[in-house]
Design a protein around this ligand. Sequence first.
Ligand code: GLA
Ligand code: ZN
Length: 684
Amino acid sequence: MIYKEEKKLAYGKRVRNILYGGDYNPEQWPEEVWKEDMEMMKKAHVNMVTLNVFSWAALQPSEDVYDFSKLDKIMNYVRANDLKVCLATSTGAHPAWMAHRHPDILRTEFNGMKRKFGGRHNSCPNSSTYRYYAEKLATKLAKRYKDYDNIVAWHISNEFGGECYCENCQRAFREWLKKKYKTLDAVNKSFNTAFWGHTFYDWDEIVLPNLLSEHFEYDRTMFQGITLDYHRFNSDSILECYNLEANAIRKITPDIPITTNLMGFYKQLDYQKWAKDMDFISWDNYPDLNDKPSPAYIAMNHDLMRGLKEQNSFVLMEQTPSVTNWSPYNKLKRPGEMRRLSYQAAAHGADAIQFFQIRRTVGACEKFHGAFIDHAARDDTRVFRELKQLGAELESLGDVFLEGRTPSKVAMVVDWDNWWAIENSAGPSIHMKYLDALRDYYSAAFEQNVPVDIISVDDPIDKYKVVIAPLLYMTKGTYDEKIRNYVENGGTFITTYFSGIVDEHDLVILGGYPGRLRDILGIWVEENDALPEGETNSFEYKGKTYEAKMLCDLMHLEGAGEISSYKEDFYANTPVITRNCFGKGKAYYVGTRSEDGFYEAFLKDVFDEAGVESVLDTPEGVEASVRRNAKGEVLFLLNHTKEEKEVTLNEPYLDLLNRDKIRKGESIKLENNGVRLLFHGVCS
Ligand code: GLA
Ligand code: ZN
């Protein structure tokens, strides 16, 4: 299920059903309330809780004093009530006394400002105080609760992230560089410090790249190489903190899997690297409801999380039942929306559906954040009724889609180094955003119900019919060879404008763009025209005219065939989309950013040609996704629109929620926010 590694017990190995529950913070409440909490949780079919997320100050009231009495009570109470536990280590917010006595634990901001006590997720990852006490607390927790067999996982800290620019981090950065480069010569070469005479002659001359040094804005640096390495270093430093706790716990409870809650496309941490040290992936899904989050973008985040580990599934650790508190306007999830988003997570690999949080807090910034139990503490509210319904449904589903895998024939490559490098690039355009490029292609596949695996540059690609690497600005190491072999052997590869430009040090690959991809793509890009917002060029594809915007690559054919050319400006009639037949396969280059209609039309053709099939033809706004396990296949139909939609099925199915049998060719109606889970057995 969630885990494949030997010895590791999964949520699923210990639990043969979908876990349903969320963050539960009874230590923040008087004990009289706990009984009501439990009654409400039972009504809502909650079967698990995440405990102890923010209790460091309570567990360690001072330097040498630890007090587990309240947590003992909570652990016993929860176990007596048959709830599973995901046990957090509480190190996501350090105690005030620790900050007061050991200021090295406090972070320094990008602008050089040293923080005082306050907030959370606030410890310097290279503070020896933080590391010492975090590891110690994790060890104590593991020793104390190791025999609670209802613990299904450890949850290290909470939403690791952010950055620190303090003196400790600076010293650690120099050590990190020494380990990576061995010599200062190699550092100078990698950062190209000959430019502007920034050559380092002593390791101590190296300072962190921030507003006090090489940056003039967060994303704008005068030396990309050092900033890129700082991102890598910061992600590694925080990962070391995760590992300190995880390794301490693993020694004591080797069979309980360990995770931490990730945040989807979170730029500061290289999750593909993190995933190697995590036993399973869990993440927090908080789409900004004001921003009309596209179902495709949410799905893309799920698929990123799903693809982080070979096990191909994850735990949805948090989502709000109804509303957040941190947006400028905190719009309610509409009736049915929470349910639909929960099933969308399941459709993309979630084996557990959890929330933040069980009871709405009485004070501080999250008092207006949604929860299972709100301030009125009634069981007849709209939100509670919806939670109760979902809980009952998930309970009735048992393990039907657990361990289900997504049968993708298309992969999209995502790489954090590439992301950092692109967005630090001085030129050609500040509007060149990695997520935009990823969204363009992912959404076009999503709209056609074509499942996509999101993979790293280290993952194998041979099993895919189509591999899309949008904006592959950085070609690391021998990645070009992997692509070359893949295409030679019959694969279809797509990349875009401004790809193949630099190596892993963000140094340009000389001899013409797109560098090492040039022979595969059969083109040479001579110039890149960055168009200001509002300015466009255009091109025609299959008789329709589409915008060319943001960046237009000016290129020459070197063996590739032209699919379309620019219509305007001095480079009118030169190629914009090309296809190179290379070995047994094909490599496409889309030399500009365009609009949704183009991406859909283009990918449809590429998919048809490569033999990639859609899960099902559905009306606009209705998603069809599939998970397959040994028992069969569950087809998730999700109506992301406000209107009723009709879907025609091309196989016989059993409707898992109302037990209706559906015939092949039958049409079913999906109401606003409607969801259907349709089962198609292996032998049916
Ligand atoms: C994050 C945190 C939770 C809570 C929610 C609120 O995901 O992990 O502790 O603050 O945000 O949306
Ligand atoms: Zn620091």
